[in-house]
Design a protein around this ligand. Structure first.
Ligand SMILES: Cc1ncc(COP(=O)(O)O)c(C=O)c1O
Length: 355
């Protein structure tokens, strides 16, 4: 008898994130400029027919990464983008109809994966002034909660948790035996991290990605850090040879070539400073303490700005509805200064010509 899982049939997914070539892409929090071309050319010199023809070898890169993080490989599982790791943590550490607590708005895939597996995703909303009160998170940590998802920093809100806030949350999570997943996709834009919790405590995971600061979104690579038994459960769910050989080669070269990471950070900081100075000078309210993205409250209709930026300026940005006191606003990825100059010029022109 034919069968289709109704959870999959009814699942809402976004499929229109293709055909972005030729645009300045400030909509998905990538590095719009990418890695320097001469760096890419140098790395590709190592690629030969056997490299392409053989299954990727994950052990070597896992060791490189463990060494970089000051841990050992039993604490790490490589994944095909951190979204894959998030999915497997939800799959393995929650049950059908199990309670998953997460803040909203946030990265939408937490809800998608929870629905995919028939979990009960409980939303903790932000305050009207776009702050998050950890009391509200703790209030949702009931005895039957199985997984708490935190993001540090959160996309799209850009907020972070202090050590003290995190300790308060963790205390309750431990008492109630709730697994905690901390998404650190935007680590390095913001140096604070809770990875030591994941490396030193059971039932705490950190997921990280090479798609953001490392500028490898096109290659797909991320990792799950956690306690060895938990990491093993994630590994069991991975498809064989799940991580791409090119991604691991590029990531290794970035980690090992002096100056590459710092150069990416410096360019980002210069672009961020330029953007914020321009927004301030032109009277725009904005929010985004950490991360490579920013919310901008526009003077006219944010959705119309998004449409006109795309059609007239070949710039892709996103609008978000119901963002507390910002209402419907823009979320813009931050890139190097020349990308920000292009964006600011277009914003100033378009935002005053909308009725
Ligand atoms: C908060 C957060 N987590 C995870 C991801 C997924 O990253 P990837 O699957 O490319 O590693 C994203 C992507 O935008 C994100 O914003």
């Amino acid at each position: 008898m034919y069968y289709l899982d109704s959870k999959i049939e009814n699942l809402y997914r976004i499929f229109d994130q293709n055909e972005r070539k030729g645009y300045l892409r400030l909509d998905l929090n990538e590095n719009p400029s990418g890695l320097p071309q001469d760096f890419i050319n140098n790395v590709l010199k190592e690629v030969d027919s056997r490299f392409v023809g053989q299954y990727p070898e994950t052990l070597h890169f896992t060791e490189v990464l463990a060494n970089y993080l000051g841990t050992d490989i039993s604490h790490l599982c490589l994944v095909n983008g951190s979204a894959e790791g998030i999915r497997y943590i939800i799959q393995a550490f929650t049950s059908p109809e199990g309670r998953v607590v997460g803040v909203v708005p946030s990265y939408f895939m937490f809800q998608v994966y929870s629905e995919m597996y028939g979990r009960n995703f409980v939303k903790v909303p932000y305050n009207e002034d776009l702050t998050m009160d950890v009391k509200n998170i703790i209030a949702e940590l009931t005895e039957d909660t199985q997984l708490l998802i935190l993001l540090n920093p959160n996309n799209p809100m850009g907020n972070v948790y202090s050590e003290e806030e995190f300790e308060r949350i963790m205390k309750v999570a431990n008492e109630k035996q709730i697994t905690v997943l901390i998404d650190e996709a935007y680590h390095y834009f913001y140096p604070g991290t809770f990875i030591n919790y994941a490396l030193n405590h059971e039932h705490v995971f950190v997921t990280r990605t090479f798609s953001k600061l490392f500028s490898l979104a096109g290659c797909r690579l991320g990792y799950v850090a956690g306690w060895p038994e938990g990491v093993k459960m994630v590994q069991k769910l991975c498809t064989p040879h799940n991580t791409n050989a090119f991604a691991m080669l590029f990531a290794e070269k970035i980690l090992e070539t002096p100056g590459v990471l710092q150069n990416l950070i410096d360019k980002f900081n210069e672009g961020r400073k330029y953007l914020i100075d321009q927004l301030d000078a032109n009277g725009y309210a904005h929010k985004g303490e950490a991360g490579n993205f920013i919310f901008i409250k526009t003077k006219t209709d944010a959705e119309k700005i998004v449409a006109r930026m795309k059609a007239e300026k070949k710039i892709l940005i996103k609008s978000y509805p119901n963002v507390g006191e910002f209402g419907t606003c823009l979320r813009v990825s931050i890139g190097e200064k020349k990308c920000m100059e292009q964006f600011v010029k277009a914003l100033l022109e378009i935002d005053k010509t909308i009725e």
